[in-house]
Design a protein around this ligand. Structure first.
Ligand code: KIV
Ligand code: ZN
Length: 385
């Protein structure tokens, strides 16, 4: 089993979700929970982007000591200097520098030639290394870059002192096979690649971020970057909880471990959702409201007899109290009887039948039957003579 480091960027890339704006206290609350969750590295923000972000990164770096704290910077001296001021008191000051390497970004956004991009990257990594012991360099839009050019620039930034090389799928465009092959190509073609850790960073525009991240791991990445609940630019980043649980549940296929305390996942997801205002879709894997809910009678009956009939993950594993038998029009008598007992009622079989029929009539009018609806039905049948 090899160990995969989890790099959380909820407080930086996640905060770049349209409409999300966390204040310093909210960032700190999330940072403490991320530390409890057991992530290895947290990107606390982009110190040069605003005074508020600078303050948040500085306070987090001063407070969080179990987890390595990093901040983002462009390849310009003033960003690196500002990041150092924010991060110098961290347990292990770490900088995350990025520069785009794809033809479209170099031509239209940076207006630089490939040679100029190499020069800037090398100079700024060397400059950062005078202060930071750990420097991660990201080739923005790596997945749309020329692989030979990428191999050339990676070799040079490693010589300049980078300790982690990150190859982002910035626009969520790659596929698992292609992304995995890109990592393998770098492993095989960059002479000094074994001196550094390789990292993947996937966006979810085509819904392939989890599969792409795992493909990168299978081809040499030892760090996975992402966010809680998959929040982030556009369709978001990879949801770290989905990667960690997939690696754990399918360890027969994936011989990798992470340090994530899986039973802290639900609490972390709820906190991030509450503070960012980004609600988790009901059917989202692992953290959605329905991820452990069963509605059809056949499914409910199966789960009551043996949860493994329809559950591949126990709710407790990820910190959810128990599975939910969702009472609706597809629910059967068995689940209804269990719910009645859970609500504290003991009914004769005639009364139970009467209540079940009333419940079924109600489901024709209401999609979800709440506990309050059931109390009304149960009180009616009890007082009915
Ligand atoms: O998606 C991306 O390319 C990024 C970089 C800044 C690493 O978030
Ligand atoms: Zn990103």
């Amino acid at each position: 089993m090899s160990h995969i480091k989890i790099f959380d960027t909820t407080l930086r890339d996640g905060e770049q979700s349209p409409g999300v704006n966390l204040n310093q206290l909210e960032k700190m609350e999330i940072a403490k929970q991320l530390e409890r969750l057991g992530i290895d590295r947290m990107e606390a923000g982009f110190p040069a982007s605003s005074q508020g972000d600078f303050n948040a990164v500085k306070t987090i770096a001063e407070t969080i000591k179990e987890t390595s704290v990093t901040g983002l910077a462009r390849t310009v001296k003033s960003d690196i200097d500002t990041a150092w001021e924010a991060l110098k008191s961290a347990a292990e000051p770490r900088l995350h520098l990025f520069l785009a390497t794809s033809p479209i970004h170099m031509t239209y956004k940076l207006k630089k030639s490939p040679e100029q991009v190499i020069g800037t990257a090398v100079n700024m990594v060397s400059y950062a290394k005078q202060k930071f012991p750990q420097v991660q360099w990201s080739a923005e839009d790596a997945s749309r870059s020329d692989w030979k050019f990428l191999a050339q620039i990676i070799e040079k930034v490693i010589d300049a002192g980078a300790t982690v090389i990150n190859l982002p799928d910035t626009v969520g465009y790659t596929t698992p096979t292609e992304y995995g092959n890109m990592f393998r190509f770098m492993k095989e073609n960059v002479p000094n690649i074994d001196k550094v850790s390789l990292s993947c960073h996937c966006h979810n525009d085509l819904g392939m971020a989890v599969a792409n991240s795992i493909a990168a791991v299978e081809n040499g990445a030892t760090q996975v970057e992402g966010t809680i609940n998959g929040i982030g630019e556009r369709a978001g980043n990879v949801a770290l909880e989905e990667v960690a649980v997939a690696l754990n549940i399918r360890s027969d296929q994936y011989p990798y471990t992470t340090a994530l305390k899986l039973n802290e996942i639900k609490r972390t997801s709820d906190l991030v959702s509450k503070l960012t205002g980004m609600y988790v879709q009901a059917n989202k894997a692992i953290t959605g409201r329905n991820a452990f809910a069963h509605e059809s009678g056949i499914h409910q009956d199966g789960v009551l007899k043996n949860a493994e009939t329809y559950e591949i993950i126990t709710p407790e594993m990820v910190g959810v109290n128990s599975n939910t038998l969702f009472l609706g029009k597809h629910s059967g008598r068995h689940a209804f009887r269990d719910k009645v007992v859970e609500l504290g009622y003991e009914l004769s079989s005639e009364k139970l039948q009467e209540a079940f029929e009333a419940f079924k009539r109600l489901t024709d009018r209401k999609k979800e039957v709440t506990d309050d609806d059931l109390f009304t039905i149960l009180m009616d049948v009890q007082t009915d003579t």
